[in-house]
Design a binder for this molecule. Structure first.
Ligand code: ATP
Ligand code: MN
Length: 428
């Protein structure tokens, strides 16, 4: 291999070794090096004095366009290094770089998020994330679902008032969407089965490593889909996404870098285990948790339960009282409903909630009232039950929750470039 290439990128590190200078370049062109650094070898004999002196003192994050020969070098990241023989263009960065050599606190990194995202770690996360959404989309499209584009500014609460962000809407009150579900339910009467990927907003005051106030929500809704059908769609899409990621050697290596062991991902099998909510209560009680039937599973409970599993699993048949008003009750026992959460294993917990929706108008009105909401405000949602109501089911998956488990990240904020957290107004 002795190919002449033009390379464009930014100086990540520079060091001197004898008469040579080595530059680790964060390369974006050619794209194959993005996410890892390209080792650039600078030697006096290959360059003019002027060029050599410029590179000798080049500051961190300076932008470079250089030409050279790619040579195999097993010790270099990616197995190749560039022997530069021409400097085409330089834009020198001011020095010192705010995120220079030493390690920085999470606070400093968040204040400098616009710079933090340049590092190879974030380059990798952002690229993996793009693949995740590509493969999820791909599965749904191949399975015949239409991608649709619901609104973000809304006037009807989907998940409940406590976590709604209010928006000043020409002297009236609007909200930022918490979920596209109600709109997707309307759209199935047009297109049958639909999905969307939109931002959702939750004014979650809880400061946990799994909550953002803005997250990306992959939601789907299918007409004539039943409880089991929607679980099958979810597990197939998740298993497909993981399979496709691991088939790509670069993704596979990067995922390995982040999470260490990938055997759990490799061994995923369909169908995912399904376990009833009532059984989870028994398991948790036997582990010493003070929990009884009817209580919601908190973060600690989910974690303990999810540590028991080696692959994603569904918790099914929740108590109706702890789920949203639109969830359908089981005919045998109205205290139990057709809602299921998909849980990630290894202690990570909930990544989706889904289930069958109530299609009977009287029962739905009753549930809306029980929630303390005004059925008048839901007039359009109730119309869906008035005009040609059908059984239907859907779910919502948080992309960031999925990423957090996939890469075994401690904090969900690392799955997005510009995280929105409850603790403060972000500066970036
Ligand atoms: P949790 O109980 O874990 O806070 P939830 O049950 O309130 O979540 P749902 O209304 O079921 O959330 O939303 C569907 C999916 O959206 C969740 O399973 C999760 O993957 C994701 N999600 C919900 N809230 C958040 C959040 N604040 N930050 C990131 N992802 C979220
Ligand atoms: Mn949920």
């Amino acid at each position: 291999m002795a190919e002449e290439v033009v390379v464009k990128g930014w100086v990540y590190k520079r060091r001197k070794m004898g008469a040579k200078i080595f530059i680790d370049l964060r390369t974006v062109f050619p794209q194959e090096f993005t996410g890892q650094v390209l080792q650039v070898v600078v030697s006096k004999e290959s360059l003019s004095d002027d060029e050599f002196n410029r590179l000798k003192k080049i500051t961190q994050e300076s932008a470079l366009e250089i030409k050279g020969i790619l040579k195999e070098e097993p010790r270099a990241p990616g197995g190749v290094e560039l022997h530069v023989n021409k400097v085409l263009w330089v834009n020198e960065a001011e020095s010192p770089y705010p995120l220079g050599k030493k390690a920085h606190s999470p606070d400093v990194l968040l204040r400098n998020r616009h710079l933090t995202i340049r590092s190879p770690r974030y380059q990798k996360i952002l690229i993996i994330r793009e693949k995740v959404t590509d493969f999820l989309r791909e599965w749904f499209k191949q399975d015949g679902w239409y991608e649709v584009f619901p609104p973000i500014l809304v006037f009807t609460a989907a998940e409940g008032g406590a976590t709604l962000f209010k928006v000043d809407y020409f002297e009236e009150i609007g909200f930022l969407s918490q979920s596209a579900q109600l709109y997707l339910e309307a759209l199935i009467f047009s297109l049958g089965k639909v999905f969307s990927l939109t931002p959702s907003f939750r004014a979650e005051k809880s400061r946990t490593p799994r909550h953002l106030t803005e997250f990306w929500h992959f939601e789907a809704e299918g007409a004539w889909y039943r409880y089991d059908d929607i679980m099958r769609a979810q597990e197939s899409a998740v298993a497909y996404t993981i399979k496709k990621l691991l088939e790509d050697e670069k993704m596979r290596n990067w995922i390995k870098e982040f999470r260490g062991d990938i055997s759990i991902l490799e061994n995923i099998k369909l169908p995912f285990p399904r376990i009833k909510y009532s059984e989870t209560i028994d398991i948790l009680q036997s582990k010493g948790f003070n929990i009884s039937w009817g209580d919601d599973l908190g973060a600690d409970e989910e974690k303990a339960l999810s540590e028991e599993f080696e692959q994603p699993f569904f918790v099914t048949h929740y108590p109706t009282a702890i789920k949203a008003f639109y969830v359908k009750e089981t005919p045998e026992d109205p205290k139990i409903c057709y809602s299921a959460d998909l849980m990630a294993p290894e202690g990570y917990g909930e990544i989706t909630t889904g289930g069958e929706r109530e299609e009977n108008i009287d029962r739905l009105i009753e549930r809306i009232k029980r929630e303390g909401f005004d059925p008048e405000l839901y007039y359009w949602y109730l119309d869906l039950r008035r005009y040609g109501s059908v059984p239907h089911s859907g779910f919502g998956l948080g992309i960031e929750r999925f990423m957090r488990w996939l890469l075994k990240l401690y904090h969900i904020r690392d799955t997005v470039p510009f995280p929105r957290l409850a603790r403060r107004k972000e500066l970036v």
